[in-house]
Design a protein around this ligand. Sequence first.
Ligand SMILES: Cc1cc2nc3c(=O)[nH]c(=O)nc-3n(C[C@H](O)[C@H](O)[C@H](O)COP(=O)(O)OP(=O)(O)OC[C@H]3O[C@@H](n4cnc5c(N)ncnc54)[C@H](O)[C@@H]3O)c2cc1C
Length: 381
Amino acid sequence: MNTVLDTVVIGGGAMGSAAAWALSRRGRQVTLVEQFGPGHKIGASHGATRNLNPGYHRPEYVAMLAEGLALWDELEQESGKQLLARTGIVNHGPGGDLRRVSDALTAAGIRAEFLDPAEAHERWRGIRFDQQVLHMPDGGQLNPEAALPAFQRLASARGAEIRHHTKLVDFEVFDDGVRLTLESAAGTEVVTAAQAVVTAGGWTEKLLEMASGRVSGKDGAAIRIPRLRVTQEQPAHFRVADAGAVWPGFNHYPGPDYRGWYSPVYGMQTPGEGIKAGWHGVGPVVDPDHRDFRPEPTQLAALQDYARQWLPGVDPDDLEAISCTYTTTPDEDFILDRMGPVVIGAGFSGHGFKFTPVVGRILADLATGTRPAPSIFRASR
Ligand SMILES: Cc1cc2nc3c(=O)[nH]c(=O)nc-3n(C[C@H](O)[C@H](O)[C@H](O)COP(=O)(O)OP(=O)(O)OC[C@H]3O[C@@H](n4cnc5c(N)ncnc54)[C@H](O)[C@@H]3O)c2cc1C
């Protein structure tokens, strides 16, 4: 049976859910297909916390931060749910370009102030500081477990169809549309659609390799994007040892002489679960369909050492590891682009969640031809 649809969004993680929300607000008839069930823990958008860390200085990201803060507010009003806990964010350490960040944020009207280590420790005694600290009060923690259902609920209230347990297994591209083969408990179905929005996270390359037919007017041409590296990341929740401590989100940037560090460390409090801390983008490269979900022990031990030295407010020996995927581009900038009837949102490189509603807006712009994405996100860069 061949069903004719308008726009099919492939992947119901953060970015696909936001694309469905943004497109449905523009009156597009959207069908979102997701291979797993609601709230699954197999991709990159599960769990109760993500940092909205304003620590950027490049103009494209700073503009997206400002727009994002307004859109998260709007989403909270529209959904009636609190999605952002405004705890503030503190960035510290010899790395991190804090001065440039502070200047860029201040120029954009996003608050940023420097504190000396003693003052910072007095306010947040669960964290040890030895350098100047950049405090950004407009940052905080976003809650994916509330945000994804909110996007999907608002989209379906505007007519979008949300189909979980529905997997795309074949993908043909034509000048004027796409033909998709979907598998679900109901069987196999072939649908045609005017457009497809591919927001498939760690599965993006597999999906685009499936895409055959005419791309950009050429038969058999492939959809080319920068290489994506899919890694299994393993932050951990540490048990709170100091119940009275107040926790902002935090990012700690090492200097060249810092021993035993894999990368900068990010962290935040997840209510009821503890203090999350993690290395950034250094997990083992994996095939998203063949993961072991087990933490790499050496990195985990190093993370405990980090907590022992820099997080006096936690018990470094009482922790629970988390497993999650990053999909990283060579320059860590996102891919937001369109090729004929196919719109792509991929390569969020471990820092995409804070920008989710803005990514939704950009993907909807690309799908409706309203305006192009900033050039740093072009696939052909
Ligand atoms: C440990 C960790 C910590 C992070 N911390 C932060 C943070 O503090 N701040 C921040 O801003 N960002 C953070 N991020 C990044 C952020 O979570 C991601 O950028 C974001 O969630 C990516 O969303 P996505 O929709 O691209 O991917 P995903 O959530 O993986 O969604 C892709 C979806 O596509 C579906 N799919 C794939 N193939 C098919 C198919 N064939 N058919 C149907 N469905 C399919 C998958 O099942 C999946 O649900 C973190 C990420 C991780 C892993």
